[in-house]
Design a binder for this molecule. Structure first.
Ligand code: PLP
Length: 394
């Protein structure tokens, strides 16, 4: 017997749930790529993405996934043989660094860990030792989706400033944009990148890169530029240059609708919604953790991300729980990635998600904890309900 028929909950950290309104906006014929409508959609999306990145800098839209956005960011501001410093706190900044290495850059990883945020003091010390200023860019993920950590970008900026180091600060905001505060200009971020399929509620296939004034200056002499990613080419007058070819029309129809939904809710309200649902998740996990076979991956509560929670199952194989949730309840959880492979699971709470969706997911996890007999404290879902009842006034 299963109770899985009905709408499946895709509770993985990307792609996230696509709103029906976004799907509906894509259900239409292609349009003339030279039409005023298409040009208007491009212009309005670029403007609204600037609002969401909180920057007056330039934004570029690529037909690419997040990995493409990584390459776009690197190739526009760096030259072969230059050094970048990657701040480890899980999988994603390190993956960005692997891409940098294949592009011909020298990559140094500032060792961190999978259970904590980047240490700004360690960064400051490393940068102070770089007296020759060979490090040209610092790469960091605001939220690392594999570890569930959130890094303190303003503190990282302060570390660069305290070391009086001119390296560009480049931030991966794929799993954080529209989920947690991100202030590109106010925080002194030189290059930020993101993707369509997480907080922005659009199918995978669009990458966004935002560039501040310093980054655009460095861009002028960057040696890794190629036509497809090149900012200067994309700033050209002709509309097809914005995409270096045919616009990904249907993804843009979807994005336009998703941005409308987000701006109608209000960016601050969306961020607060993520905070509430994340804290509800953590309240449930904290209860389950009383049984000692469930634990948070990220040790410090203040370093836990508001878009994804990584849960460890010390001494217990998480696969039966994942399979039960999927096959019996219709809830797909994220598997442990990298160092957490086989050691736990991830609950996404990003993008188009509300209380019943989250409570449904938590409820399925709690049923699974009982049926696959993972020792756990009881009442996790009840604790999440009580938390939301306290925080969300009538
Ligand atoms: C999902 C993700 C990426 C990669 O995006 P893809 O679209 O899968 O290439 C990069 N960084 C972070 C933090 C992510 O969560």
């Amino acid at each position: 017997m299963t109770v899985s028929n009905g709408r499946q909950f895709l509770s993985i950290p990307g792609p996230s749930t696509i709103p029906d309104a976004v799907l509906a906006a894509m259900q239409r014929p292609a349009v003339d790529i030279y039409s005023g409508e298409m040009i208007g959609i491009t212009e309005s999306c670029l403007k609204d993405l600037g609002v969401i990145f909180r920057t007056s800098g330039r934004v570029y839209i690529y037909a690419a996934n997040g990995h493409g956005g990584w390459e776009a960011a690197l190739s526009n501001v760096l030259s072969r043989g230059e050094q970048v410093l990657v701040l480890e706190s899980g999988r994603f900044a390190v993956g960005w660094g692997e891409m940098a290495r294949m592009l011909g850059l020298e990559v140094e990883v500032l060792p961190g860990g999978w259970q904590r945020a980047v240490d700004p003091t360690a960064l400051e010390e490393r940068l102070k030792r770089d007296t020759a200023r060979t490090i040209k860019a610092v790469l960091v993920a605001q939220i690392d989706t594999a570890s569930g950590v959130v890094n303190d970008i303003p503190a990282i900026r302060k570390a660069l400033d305290a070391a009086r180091h001119p390296a560009l600060l480049m931030v991966d905001a794929v799993a954080s944009l529209a989920c947690m505060p991100f202030e590109m200009d106010a925080w002194g971020v030189d290059v930020a990148m993101s993707g369509s399929q997480k907080g922005l509620m659009t199918p995978p296939g669009l990458a966004f890169v935002a560039a501040g004034a310093r980054a655009r200056k460095v861009h002028e002499t960057a040696g890794l530029r190629t036509l497809y990613w090149d900012w200067t080419f994309r700033e050209g007058e002709v509309h097809y240059q914005k995409y270096c070819g045919t616009p990904p029309e249907h993804l843009l129809f979807g994005l336009r609708k998703a941005l409308d939904l987000l701006l109608a809710e209000g960016l601050d309200a969306a961020i607060r919604r993520h905070e509430l649902l994340a804290e509800a998740t953590r309240t449930a996990v904290a209860k389950w953790a009383e049984g000692e076979a469930i634990a948070f991956n990220i040790q410090r509560p203040s370093e836990r991300a508001n878009s994804v929670t990584c849960v460890l199952t010390p001494g217990v194989d998480p696969d039966p729980l994942l399979a039960y949730c999927r096959d019996k309840c219709g809830v797909v959880l994220g598997v442990g990635l990298g160092a957490l492979d086989g050691k736990g699971f991830r609950i996404a709470h990003m993008g188009h998600i509300n209380a019943p969706m989250l409570l449904g997911t938590l409820g399925a996890v709690e049923i699974a904890l009982k049926t696959v007999r993972i020792p756990h404290g009881s009442g996790g879902v009840q604790a999440a309900v009580d938390y939301l009842a306290r925080e969300v006034a009538a």
